[in-house]
Design a protein around this ligand. Structure first.
Ligand SMILES: Nc1ncnc2c1ncn2[C@@H]1O[C@H](COP(=O)(O)OP(=O)(O)OP(=O)(O)O)[C@@H](O)[C@H]1O
Ligand SMILES: [Mg+2]
Length: 359
Protein backbone atom coordinates (compact mmCIF):
# COMPACT_ATOMS: atom_id res chain seq x y z
CA UNK A 1 0.00 0.00 0.00
CA UNK A 2 2.76 2.41 1.05
CA UNK A 3 4.65 1.57 -2.14
CA UNK A 4 1.63 2.36 -4.26
CA UNK A 5 1.33 5.71 -2.56
CA UNK A 6 5.01 6.50 -3.10
CA UNK A 7 4.83 5.55 -6.76
CA UNK A 8 1.70 7.63 -7.25
CA UNK A 9 3.54 10.56 -5.69
CA UNK A 10 6.44 10.01 -8.10
CA UNK A 11 3.96 10.10 -10.99
CA UNK A 12 2.59 13.32 -9.55
CA UNK A 13 5.93 14.96 -10.34
CA UNK A 14 5.26 14.48 -14.06
CA UNK A 15 3.72 17.65 -15.47
CA UNK A 16 1.83 17.35 -18.76
CA UNK A 17 3.27 20.13 -20.97
CA UNK A 18 -0.04 20.71 -22.76
CA UNK A 19 -2.03 21.31 -19.57
CA UNK A 20 0.61 22.49 -17.07
CA UNK A 21 -0.82 20.11 -14.46
CA UNK A 22 0.46 16.79 -13.13
CA UNK A 23 -0.79 13.62 -14.79
CA UNK A 24 -2.28 12.12 -11.62
CA UNK A 25 -4.49 15.14 -10.86
CA UNK A 26 -5.47 15.27 -14.53
CA UNK A 27 -6.76 11.70 -14.13
CA UNK A 28 -4.61 10.54 -17.03
CA UNK A 29 -3.03 7.60 -15.18
CA UNK A 30 -5.23 4.56 -15.71
CA UNK A 31 -5.15 0.85 -14.80
CA UNK A 32 -2.54 1.54 -12.12
CA UNK A 33 -1.23 -1.33 -10.05
CA UNK A 34 2.00 -1.95 -8.14
CA UNK A 35 2.79 -5.31 -6.59
CA UNK A 36 5.46 -7.95 -6.50
CA UNK A 37 8.13 -5.72 -8.04
CA UNK A 38 5.98 -4.87 -11.06
CA UNK A 39 4.45 -1.48 -11.71
CA UNK A 40 1.70 -1.28 -14.30
CA UNK A 41 -0.10 1.78 -15.66
CA UNK A 42 -1.40 3.43 -18.80
CA UNK A 43 -1.39 7.10 -19.74
CA UNK A 44 -4.52 8.39 -21.42
CA UNK A 45 -3.69 9.82 -24.79
CA UNK A 46 -5.68 13.04 -25.03
CA UNK A 47 -3.82 14.70 -27.88
CA UNK A 48 -4.86 13.93 -31.46
CA UNK A 49 -2.05 12.09 -33.17
CA UNK A 50 -0.13 11.38 -29.96
CA UNK A 51 1.67 14.71 -29.63
CA UNK A 52 3.44 15.16 -26.35
CA UNK A 53 1.77 12.14 -24.74
CA UNK A 54 4.67 9.93 -25.84
CA UNK A 55 7.10 12.21 -24.00
CA UNK A 56 4.83 12.21 -20.95
CA UNK A 57 4.85 8.41 -20.97
CA UNK A 58 8.66 8.40 -21.05
CA UNK A 59 8.79 10.90 -18.17
CA UNK A 60 6.35 8.78 -16.16
CA UNK A 61 8.41 5.61 -16.68
CA UNK A 62 11.58 7.50 -15.73
CA UNK A 63 9.94 8.87 -12.56
CA UNK A 64 8.99 5.35 -11.43
CA UNK A 65 12.38 3.89 -12.32
CA UNK A 66 14.19 6.62 -10.40
CA UNK A 67 12.18 5.74 -7.31
CA UNK A 68 12.21 1.95 -7.80
CA UNK A 69 15.24 1.07 -9.96
CA UNK A 70 14.56 -2.66 -9.63
CA UNK A 71 10.87 -2.57 -10.49
CA UNK A 72 9.58 -3.98 -13.74
CA UNK A 73 7.62 -1.13 -15.33
CA UNK A 74 4.86 -2.08 -17.75
CA UNK A 75 3.47 1.13 -19.17
CA UNK A 76 1.71 2.20 -22.33
CA UNK A 77 -0.75 4.63 -23.86
CA UNK A 78 -4.49 4.24 -24.05
CA UNK A 79 -7.13 6.15 -25.97
CA UNK A 80 -9.83 4.97 -23.57
CA UNK A 81 -11.45 7.70 -21.52
CA UNK A 82 -12.07 7.48 -17.80
CA UNK A 83 -15.75 6.54 -17.34
CA UNK A 84 -18.32 8.71 -15.65
CA UNK A 85 -18.92 6.69 -12.46
CA UNK A 86 -22.62 7.60 -12.49
CA UNK A 87 -22.94 6.73 -16.15
CA UNK A 88 -21.34 3.32 -16.44
CA UNK A 89 -23.97 1.49 -14.43
CA UNK A 90 -27.29 2.24 -12.81
CA UNK A 91 -30.03 4.71 -13.58
CA UNK A 92 -29.68 6.61 -16.83
CA UNK A 93 -26.65 4.63 -18.01
CA UNK A 94 -26.31 3.63 -21.64
CA UNK A 95 -24.67 0.18 -21.62
CA UNK A 96 -21.05 0.34 -22.80
CA UNK A 97 -20.99 4.14 -23.05
CA UNK A 98 -18.45 5.75 -20.71
CA UNK A 99 -19.34 9.41 -21.17
CA UNK A 100 -22.40 11.16 -22.58
CA UNK A 101 -21.72 14.77 -23.55
CA UNK A 102 -24.45 17.03 -24.95
CA UNK A 103 -23.39 20.06 -27.01
CA UNK A 104 -25.79 22.91 -26.37
CA UNK A 105 -26.30 26.57 -27.11
CA UNK A 106 -28.89 29.15 -26.34
CA UNK A 107 -29.09 30.76 -29.74
CA UNK A 108 -29.53 28.81 -32.98
CA UNK A 109 -27.00 28.84 -35.77
CA UNK A 110 -23.93 29.42 -33.60
CA UNK A 111 -22.30 26.20 -34.81
CA UNK A 112 -23.40 23.41 -32.43
CA UNK A 113 -23.61 20.83 -35.16
CA UNK A 114 -20.31 21.90 -36.71
CA UNK A 115 -18.64 21.75 -33.29
CA UNK A 116 -20.29 18.39 -32.42
CA UNK A 117 -19.09 16.73 -35.63
CA UNK A 118 -15.55 18.11 -35.54
CA UNK A 119 -15.25 17.47 -31.82
CA UNK A 120 -16.32 13.84 -32.29
CA UNK A 121 -13.75 13.39 -35.07
CA UNK A 122 -10.96 15.09 -33.11
CA UNK A 123 -11.69 12.93 -30.04
CA UNK A 124 -11.64 9.83 -32.25
CA UNK A 125 -8.23 10.90 -33.56
CA UNK A 126 -6.86 10.50 -30.01
CA UNK A 127 -7.70 6.81 -30.23
CA UNK A 128 -11.01 7.06 -28.39
CA UNK A 129 -14.19 5.36 -29.56
CA UNK A 130 -16.77 8.04 -30.26
CA UNK A 131 -20.46 8.04 -31.23
CA UNK A 132 -22.56 10.93 -32.45
CA UNK A 133 -26.25 11.40 -31.68
CA UNK A 134 -28.12 14.10 -33.53
CA UNK A 135 -30.98 14.99 -31.20
CA UNK A 136 -32.00 18.08 -33.14
CA UNK A 137 -35.54 16.99 -33.97
CA UNK A 138 -36.34 20.30 -35.65
CA UNK A 139 -33.35 20.58 -37.96
CA UNK A 140 -31.17 17.47 -37.98
CA UNK A 141 -27.97 18.28 -39.86
CA UNK A 142 -25.43 15.68 -38.69
CA UNK A 143 -26.12 13.16 -41.52
CA UNK A 144 -25.27 15.89 -44.05
CA UNK A 145 -22.19 17.16 -42.18
CA UNK A 146 -20.84 13.65 -41.62
CA UNK A 147 -21.84 12.38 -45.05
CA UNK A 148 -23.99 9.61 -43.56
CA UNK A 149 -26.08 8.60 -46.56
CA UNK A 150 -27.22 5.17 -45.42
CA UNK A 151 -29.64 4.99 -42.51
CA UNK A 152 -29.63 2.62 -39.54
CA UNK A 153 -30.53 -1.07 -39.69
CA UNK A 154 -32.73 -3.08 -37.38
CA UNK A 155 -30.57 -5.62 -35.57
CA UNK A 156 -31.52 -8.49 -33.30
CA UNK A 157 -31.14 -6.48 -30.12
CA UNK A 158 -31.80 -2.96 -31.34
CA UNK A 159 -31.07 -0.29 -33.92
CA UNK A 160 -27.63 -0.57 -35.53
CA UNK A 161 -26.23 2.87 -36.37
CA UNK A 162 -24.47 3.46 -39.68
CA UNK A 163 -20.75 4.12 -39.23
CA UNK A 164 -19.27 7.06 -41.14
CA UNK A 165 -15.67 8.22 -40.77
CA UNK A 166 -15.38 5.49 -38.08
CA UNK A 167 -18.15 7.11 -36.01
CA UNK A 168 -21.50 5.43 -35.36
CA UNK A 169 -24.22 7.99 -36.02
CA UNK A 170 -27.86 8.19 -35.09
CA UNK A 171 -29.99 11.12 -36.17
CA UNK A 172 -33.63 11.97 -35.69
CA UNK A 173 -33.38 12.79 -39.40
CA UNK A 174 -33.13 9.05 -40.14
CA UNK A 175 -36.63 8.49 -38.75
CA UNK A 176 -38.54 11.45 -40.15
CA UNK A 177 -39.45 11.95 -43.79
CA UNK A 178 -37.75 15.00 -45.28
CA UNK A 179 -41.02 16.55 -46.43
CA UNK A 180 -42.62 16.13 -43.00
CA UNK A 181 -42.79 18.98 -40.52
CA UNK A 182 -42.31 17.62 -37.05
CA UNK A 183 -44.65 18.68 -34.31
CA UNK A 184 -43.32 16.95 -31.24
CA UNK A 185 -44.86 17.26 -27.83
CA UNK A 186 -43.05 16.80 -24.52
CA UNK A 187 -43.90 13.13 -23.86
CA UNK A 188 -43.07 12.18 -27.48
CA UNK A 189 -39.69 13.86 -27.17
CA UNK A 190 -38.98 12.07 -23.92
CA UNK A 191 -39.81 8.74 -25.56
CA UNK A 192 -37.65 9.61 -28.56
CA UNK A 193 -34.68 10.43 -26.33
CA UNK A 194 -35.11 7.11 -24.57
CA UNK A 195 -35.30 5.15 -27.82
CA UNK A 196 -32.35 6.86 -29.44
CA UNK A 197 -30.14 6.17 -26.52
CA UNK A 198 -31.30 2.85 -25.11
CA UNK A 199 -32.57 1.01 -28.17
CA UNK A 200 -29.46 1.73 -30.20
CA UNK A 201 -26.56 -0.71 -30.21
CA UNK A 202 -23.82 1.84 -29.61
CA UNK A 203 -21.21 -0.72 -28.64
CA UNK A 204 -18.27 0.29 -26.45
CA UNK A 205 -17.87 4.08 -26.55
CA UNK A 206 -15.59 6.45 -24.67
CA UNK A 207 -17.67 9.46 -25.65
CA UNK A 208 -21.18 9.83 -27.01
CA UNK A 209 -21.47 13.40 -28.30
CA UNK A 210 -25.04 14.67 -28.56
CA UNK A 211 -25.91 17.55 -30.89
CA UNK A 212 -28.88 19.33 -29.34
CA UNK A 213 -31.45 21.64 -30.88
CA UNK A 214 -31.00 25.28 -29.87
CA UNK A 215 -32.55 26.61 -26.70
CA UNK A 216 -33.80 25.20 -23.45
CA UNK A 217 -36.77 23.02 -24.35
CA UNK A 218 -38.13 19.54 -23.87
CA UNK A 219 -35.25 17.68 -25.55
CA UNK A 220 -32.72 19.20 -23.17
CA UNK A 221 -35.00 18.54 -20.21
CA UNK A 222 -35.59 14.89 -21.16
CA UNK A 223 -31.89 14.25 -21.71
CA UNK A 224 -30.84 15.73 -18.40
CA UNK A 225 -33.56 13.93 -16.49
CA UNK A 226 -33.24 10.54 -18.13
CA UNK A 227 -29.54 10.13 -18.82
CA UNK A 228 -26.48 10.10 -16.58
CA UNK A 229 -24.60 12.85 -18.42
CA UNK A 230 -20.92 13.47 -17.78
CA UNK A 231 -21.51 17.14 -18.51
CA UNK A 232 -22.51 19.61 -21.17
CA UNK A 233 -20.49 21.72 -23.58
CA UNK A 234 -21.92 25.13 -24.44
CA UNK A 235 -21.25 26.77 -27.80
CA UNK A 236 -21.50 30.51 -28.29
CA UNK A 237 -20.27 33.18 -30.65
CA UNK A 238 -18.48 36.21 -29.15
CA UNK A 239 -21.55 38.37 -29.68
CA UNK A 240 -23.29 39.67 -26.51
CA UNK A 241 -26.65 38.57 -27.92
CA UNK A 242 -25.44 34.96 -28.27
CA UNK A 243 -23.70 35.07 -24.90
CA UNK A 244 -26.86 36.25 -23.13
CA UNK A 245 -28.86 33.34 -24.51
CA UNK A 246 -26.01 30.87 -23.85
CA UNK A 247 -26.22 31.91 -20.20
CA UNK A 248 -29.85 30.80 -20.14
CA UNK A 249 -28.71 27.36 -21.26
CA UNK A 250 -26.08 27.39 -18.51
CA UNK A 251 -28.71 28.26 -15.90
CA UNK A 252 -30.91 25.43 -17.18
CA UNK A 253 -28.08 22.87 -16.83
CA UNK A 254 -27.30 24.15 -13.35
CA UNK A 255 -30.94 23.81 -12.32
CA UNK A 256 -31.00 20.26 -13.68
CA UNK A 257 -27.73 19.48 -11.84
CA UNK A 258 -25.88 18.69 -15.07
CA UNK A 259 -22.20 19.64 -14.80
CA UNK A 260 -20.80 22.11 -17.34
CA UNK A 261 -17.54 20.91 -18.87
CA UNK A 262 -16.69 24.02 -20.82
CA UNK A 263 -17.58 26.65 -23.34
CA UNK A 264 -16.51 26.76 -26.99
CA UNK A 265 -16.39 30.12 -28.72
CA UNK A 266 -17.16 29.63 -32.40
CA UNK A 267 -16.74 32.18 -35.20
CA UNK A 268 -14.28 33.97 -32.92
CA UNK A 269 -12.38 35.81 -35.60
CA UNK A 270 -11.57 35.83 -39.29
CA UNK A 271 -7.90 35.60 -40.18
CA UNK A 272 -6.78 37.16 -43.45
CA UNK A 273 -4.89 34.60 -45.48
CA UNK A 274 -2.63 37.22 -47.02
CA UNK A 275 -1.79 39.42 -44.01
CA UNK A 276 -2.61 37.07 -41.11
CA UNK A 277 -4.53 39.95 -39.54
CA UNK A 278 -7.49 38.98 -37.36
CA UNK A 279 -10.85 40.61 -37.80
CA UNK A 280 -13.32 40.18 -34.92
CA UNK A 281 -16.52 40.11 -36.96
CA UNK A 282 -18.80 39.17 -34.05
CA UNK A 283 -16.88 41.10 -31.41
CA UNK A 284 -14.69 39.44 -28.84
CA UNK A 285 -14.57 38.18 -25.28
CA UNK A 286 -17.88 36.26 -25.24
CA UNK A 287 -16.54 32.93 -23.96
CA UNK A 288 -14.22 34.71 -21.54
CA UNK A 289 -17.16 36.55 -20.05
CA UNK A 290 -19.09 33.29 -19.56
CA UNK A 291 -16.01 31.60 -18.14
CA UNK A 292 -15.41 34.32 -15.55
CA UNK A 293 -19.02 34.68 -14.60
CA UNK A 294 -19.85 30.98 -14.21
CA UNK A 295 -16.41 29.47 -13.53
CA UNK A 296 -16.57 27.29 -16.63
CA UNK A 297 -13.36 26.70 -18.60
CA UNK A 298 -13.01 27.98 -22.16
CA UNK A 299 -12.22 24.87 -24.21
CA UNK A 300 -11.13 26.84 -27.24
CA UNK A 301 -11.87 29.43 -29.89
CA UNK A 302 -12.73 28.42 -33.44
CA UNK A 303 -12.06 30.89 -36.26
CA UNK A 304 -14.60 31.73 -38.90
CA UNK A 305 -13.36 30.09 -42.09
CA UNK A 306 -14.97 29.38 -45.44
CA UNK A 307 -13.39 25.92 -45.45
CA UNK A 308 -15.21 24.99 -42.21
CA UNK A 309 -18.55 25.49 -43.95
CA UNK A 310 -17.43 24.00 -47.26
CA UNK A 311 -16.04 20.81 -45.76
CA UNK A 312 -19.20 20.36 -43.65
CA UNK A 313 -21.40 20.84 -46.68
CA UNK A 314 -19.42 18.12 -48.46
CA UNK A 315 -19.79 15.59 -45.64
CA UNK A 316 -16.14 15.47 -44.55
CA UNK A 317 -15.62 17.99 -41.73
CA UNK A 318 -12.44 20.06 -41.62
CA UNK A 319 -10.76 17.98 -38.88
CA UNK A 320 -10.67 15.13 -41.40
CA UNK A 321 -10.48 17.04 -44.67
CA UNK A 322 -7.58 19.31 -43.67
CA UNK A 323 -6.29 18.43 -40.17
CA UNK A 324 -3.51 21.04 -40.33
CA UNK A 325 -5.79 23.98 -41.15
CA UNK A 326 -5.98 26.59 -38.34
CA UNK A 327 -9.67 25.83 -37.70
CA UNK A 328 -8.97 22.07 -37.53
CA UNK A 329 -6.16 22.71 -35.06
CA UNK A 330 -8.57 24.78 -32.99
CA UNK A 331 -11.06 21.88 -32.90
CA UNK A 332 -8.25 19.48 -31.89
CA UNK A 333 -7.38 21.85 -29.04
CA UNK A 334 -11.02 21.83 -27.93
CA UNK A 335 -11.05 18.01 -28.00
CA UNK A 336 -7.87 17.84 -25.97
CA UNK A 337 -9.14 20.28 -23.34
CA UNK A 338 -12.48 18.48 -23.19
CA UNK A 339 -10.80 15.09 -22.72
CA UNK A 340 -8.84 16.54 -19.79
CA UNK A 341 -11.98 18.09 -18.27
CA UNK A 342 -13.87 14.79 -18.59
CA UNK A 343 -10.97 12.97 -17.01
CA UNK A 344 -10.68 15.37 -14.06
CA UNK A 345 -14.43 15.50 -13.60
CA UNK A 346 -14.74 11.70 -13.46
CA UNK A 347 -11.78 11.38 -11.13
CA UNK A 348 -13.41 13.84 -8.74
CA UNK A 349 -16.77 12.07 -9.03
CA UNK A 350 -15.06 8.73 -8.26
CA UNK A 351 -13.45 10.07 -5.11
CA UNK A 352 -16.73 11.64 -4.00
CA UNK A 353 -18.60 8.38 -4.54
CA UNK A 354 -16.22 6.44 -2.28
CA UNK A 355 -18.00 5.88 1.01
CA UNK A 356 -15.76 6.79 3.92
CA UNK A 357 -16.16 4.66 7.03
CA UNK A 358 -14.74 6.06 10.24
CA UNK A 359 -14.17 3.62 13.10
N1 LIG B 1 -16.28 28.37 -37.65
C1 LIG B 1 -17.06 28.44 -38.72
N2 LIG B 1 -16.61 29.01 -39.88
C2 LIG B 1 -17.43 29.08 -40.96
N3 LIG B 1 -18.69 28.62 -41.01
C3 LIG B 1 -19.17 28.04 -39.89
C4 LIG B 1 -18.39 27.91 -38.70
N4 LIG B 1 -19.15 27.28 -37.77
C5 LIG B 1 -20.32 27.02 -38.35
N5 LIG B 1 -20.35 27.47 -39.62
C6 LIG B 1 -21.47 27.43 -40.58
O1 LIG B 1 -22.56 28.14 -40.00
C7 LIG B 1 -23.79 27.49 -40.25
C8 LIG B 1 -24.47 27.15 -38.92
O2 LIG B 1 -23.69 26.18 -38.25
P1 LIG B 1 -24.35 24.93 -37.52
O3 LIG B 1 -25.38 24.31 -38.38
O4 LIG B 1 -23.26 24.08 -37.02
O5 LIG B 1 -25.05 25.69 -36.31
P2 LIG B 1 -26.08 25.13 -35.24
O6 LIG B 1 -25.86 25.89 -33.99
O7 LIG B 1 -26.02 23.67 -35.17
O8 LIG B 1 -27.45 25.58 -35.90
P3 LIG B 1 -28.94 25.13 -35.46
O9 LIG B 1 -29.24 25.94 -34.24
O10 LIG B 1 -29.77 25.48 -36.63
O11 LIG B 1 -28.88 23.66 -35.16
C9 LIG B 1 -23.46 26.28 -41.10
O12 LIG B 1 -23.62 26.61 -42.44
C10 LIG B 1 -21.98 26.01 -40.79
O13 LIG B 1 -21.30 25.38 -41.86
MG1 LIG C 1 -27.51 22.24 -35.52
Amino acid sequence: MADQQRIQNALRSVIHPDYGKNIVDLGLVQDFSANGGAVHFKIQNTVPGGGSTEAVLEDAIAAVQTLEPLARVEAGLTGRARANPAGSTGKGAIPGVRNVIPVASGKGGVGKSTVSANLALALAATGAKVGLLDADVYGPSIPLIMGAIVGPQQGGRGIIPPVTHDIPIISTGFFVRKDQAVVWRGPMLAKMVEQLTNQVEWGELDYLVIDLPPGTGDVQLSLCQRLALTGAVVVTTPQPMAVNVAEKAIIMFQQLKTPLLGVVENMSYFESRSTGEREYIFGSGGAKRISERWSIPVLGQIPLATTVRQTSDRGTPIVLADPDAPAARAFQEVAMQLAAEVSMHNLKAESESVVQINF
